[in-house]
Every structure is written in C-alpha cells, then in structure tokens.
Design a protein around this ligand. Structure first.
Ligand code: COA
Length: 144
C-alpha cells in the first residue's frame, strides 16, 4: 500500500466526515498538504499538514473503519514526519480528542498552549474548532 500525495478534496472530505473530523476550515483555495493510501481505487487512509515556516500542524488523520488496526495510521504519521523534516519543518503540533494515546506511543508529548507558536495559535483548529478539552501535543521532527 503506497502513500501518495492527494489533491482532490472530493475523496478526502467524505472520509474525514465519516471519521468525525472537522472539515469546515479546509479551504479549496489553499488546502493543507494531504497524503493518503488508496485500495482498489478508494481512499482508505489520509493525513494532512498545514505548514507555517518551521512548524507544522498535523491534522486530519483518518483511517476508514474496515482498515483500522493494520498500522496504516502509524505508517502515515511516520511518512508525514519525514516529509515535514525534509521540507524545513522542525516541529509538528496537533490537537486530538480521540487519539491522544496513539500519538503518545509515537513519541508526541504534551505541549503548552500558551507557549505554542503564534502561527499554530492562529489556526482554526487551535482557536476554536477543536474543543478546549483536546489534547495539544508536539514532536520535534528535524533530524539535523
Ligand atoms: C486513530 C486512527 C487514525 C488510528 O488508525 P489505525 O490505522 O487503526 O492505527 P494503527 O493501526 O496505525 O495503530 C497503531 C497503534 O496505535 C494503537 N491505536 C490506534 N488507535 C488508537 C487510539 N485511538 N487510541 C490509542 N491507541 C490507538 C493501535 O492499537 C496500535 O498499537 P500497537 O502498535 O500497540 O498495536 C483511527 O482509529 C481513526 O481514523 N480514528 C478516527 C479519527 C481520529 O481520531 N483521528 C485522529 C485525530 S487527528
């Protein structure tokens, strides 16, 4: 199963909606960078990143029910971390209500909302779309 860059929101948004993830802040004019895994022509897993110079917001990680617990999400996260690091991103931040333990296993650690980079604080997810009870996590991904 290959990971490919995605450009069509038509296949991404239904998967995010099925997985109860927010889509109202995804702009067709300047969408996040999305990657996904297709099986038999259908998108079964997706991950996205908003990039703000040296920091990124990891978002929209979703795997369709039938394909869960096979390591696809972990594979996508590791891919995105490598992509981010090779594109000048030092740290990834994320908000989650449903997968905190998943990300802690992958080396993410709780971050201070007050000390979050300004660009991350300004994202829709940070400033209201995700509930204040969401876990706010980060990981340093730069290799150098
Ligand atoms: C969270 C989600 C992406 C995980 O997808 P997945 O492909 O089933 O995950 P993986 O198979 O790669 O799991 C890797 C490990 O994390 C664990 N894990 C998976 N989902 C988890 C969760 N929600 N909480 C805690 N651990 C989780 C798995 O058991 C596995 O552990 P192991 O290595 O000890 O066996 C999927 O359940 C999903 O789409 N959920 C709805 C959307 C969501 O919550 N997205 C995250 C917010 S950005």
């Amino acid at each position: 199963m290959n990971i490919e860059p995605l450009s069509s929101l038509d296949e991404i948004l239904p998967l995010l909606t099925d997985c109860n993830l927010p889509i109202s802040d995804i702009s067709a004019a300047s969408p996040p960078q999305f990657f996904g895994i297709q099986v038999a022509g259908s998108l079964v897993a997706v991950i996205g990143m908003e990039t703000y110079q040296s920091v990124g917001l990891l978002r929209s990680l979703a795997v369709s029910q039938a394909f869960r617990k096979r390591g696809l999400a972990r594979k996508l996260v590791i891919f995105l971390e490598n992509f981010a690091a090779s594109h000048g991103v030092d740290s990834l931040f994320l908000l989650t209500t449903s997968a905190e333990a998943f990300f802690l296993k992958l080396g993410y650690t709780p971050a201070s909302r007050q000390k979050a980079p300004q660009a991350i604080q300004a994202t829709s997810q940070f400033s209201g779309l995700c509930p204040s009870s969401s876990a706010f996590l980060f990981k340093h991904v730069a290799t150098g």
